[in-house]
Design a protein around this ligand. Structure first.
Ligand SMILES: Cc1ncc(COP(=O)(O)O)c(C=O)c1O
Length: 373
């Protein structure tokens, strides 16, 4: 077995010169924020004045980062169900558009796999704008800005080694200057994120002190996450450090390597206990992780953990899980999904090793090893 210490999707610092920006983002109608959830909160307050209760249509397989901003903005949430492949239940959507009035409808391109946004936009036309949630992928020249009147979101902090940052693209820029916000909290958040990045970088580089780096990385991530949640309704721009790290990211490598790794997984994974969800290479978007559906996720996670491999999941510990798990198809996705790790710094040998370990999985291991998205 190769002497791997740690194969994790944790983001790491990888500085690149000369400084550049990511390709594919328009300059018009672009607003930058510290996080995706702040961008969504700002969008909610932009679309609906506080004296009226807004109404949003969300998919029922939804992460906290999408759900919470609308709760904080005081909006009413109506859910739509998905099919077994995590596409919207189009028929139900049609009924919902006919039945209710919405201020916004959200389409999530799960884990970077594009969904039929044209169909969604067509259905929503005349009712409300749509938000395409691209938080799990990265801008590239192939990406097209949303049609007139609609919005799109990116959250690069899910894929690259930056402390903070998110982009909202729409018909116009929207305000990211929060007069009442706490700058202490903002910068404490950036501090925890930086510590997390440093520790996970040391882990990836196999700097001696594996246990300590793991503890620091886990602890600072958790502290940062707490502040990320607290700051949801304090929309602010990306920090100067976040912007600097972003400019020193090798954007092309992020896109190319993640796409190549997904292809490698797709060709190499063979195991009757799980199946791949989504088609690789349909469109050139890098993915945050490689999505599979597993019969017994806990046992699979435990098996990977024995080989120091970690993946990601939407956790079922979010407080609204009980409500959304009433929807049968979404519940299955929630309970069975797992993301094998992708990382722009992984080599082909790293992925080959993860494939080998995954293929060797048989249904009877247990313990734990994931992070949540
Ligand atoms: C699909 C999706 N959209 C938006 C967000 C919110 O982004 P951020 O974590 O940058 O606030 C998340 C976070 O988990 C997400 O998974």
């Amino acid at each position: 077995m190769p002497p791997y210490v740690h194969l994790s999707p944790s983001r790491t610092l990888t500085l690149h010169w000369p400084a550049t920006g990511p390709q594919g983002l328009p300059s018009d109608g672009l607003s930058s924020f510290a996080s995706g959830r702040q961008a969504l909160f700002a969008l909610a307050t932009h679309l609906c004045p506080p004296e009226r209760t807004g109404q949003v249509l969300l998919p029922v397989w939804v992460p906290e980062g999408v759900y919470l901003p609308f709760v904080r903005a005081g909006w009413r949430i109506i859910f739509y169900e998905l099919d077994a492949l995590a596409n919207p239940d189009w028929r139900q959507l049609e009924t919902l558009f006919a039945q209710y009035t919405f201020d916004l409808a959200v389409l999530i391109h799960y884990f970077g796999q594009s969904r039929d946004h044209l169909r969604m936009a067509e259905l929503a036309k005349g009712h409300c704008p749509i938000l395409e949630d691209w938080a799990h992928t990265y801008p590239n020249p192939y990406w097209r800005t949303p049609n007139k009147g609609n919005w799109a979101l990116f959250s690069p902090t899910k894929l690259v080694g930056i402390t903070d940052g998110a982009w909202l693209i729409g018909p116009n820029g929207i305000s990211n200057s929060n007069k009442k916000g706490s700058w202490q909290k903002r910068y404490t958040y950036v501090f925890w994120q930086l510590l997390y990045l440093l520790a996970s970088t040391f882990l990836q580089l196999r700097v001696p002190g594996n246990r300590i780096w793991k503890r620091i990385s886990g602890g600072s991530y958790a502290r940062g996450y707490q502040l990320l949640v607290e700051l949801t309704n304090q929309a602010a721009s990306i920090s100067p450090l976040g912007a600097w790290l972003l400019r020193h990211t090798n954007h092309q490598k992020v896109v190319d390597n993640r796409i190549e790794q997904a292809i490698q997984y797709s060709e190499g994974l063979r195991n009757p206990h799980f199946q791949q969800l989504g088609k690789v290479g349909k469109e050139p978007f890098p993915w945050v992780g490689f999505l599979i559906l597993v019969d017994d996720v806990k046992a699979f996670i435990a098996h990977l953990a024995q080989h120091n491999i970690r993946g990601q999941q939407f956790t079922d510990r979010w407080w609204f899980y009980e409500e959304v798990s009433l929807y049968p198809t979404a519940r299955k996705l929630w309970q069975r999904h797992f993301l094998l790790p992708l990382h722009q710094n992984f080599s082909a040998e790293d992925i080959a090793y993860i494939i080998q370990v995954s293929n060797a999985y048989r249904k009877d291991d247990n313990s734990a090893g994931t992070t949540t998205l």
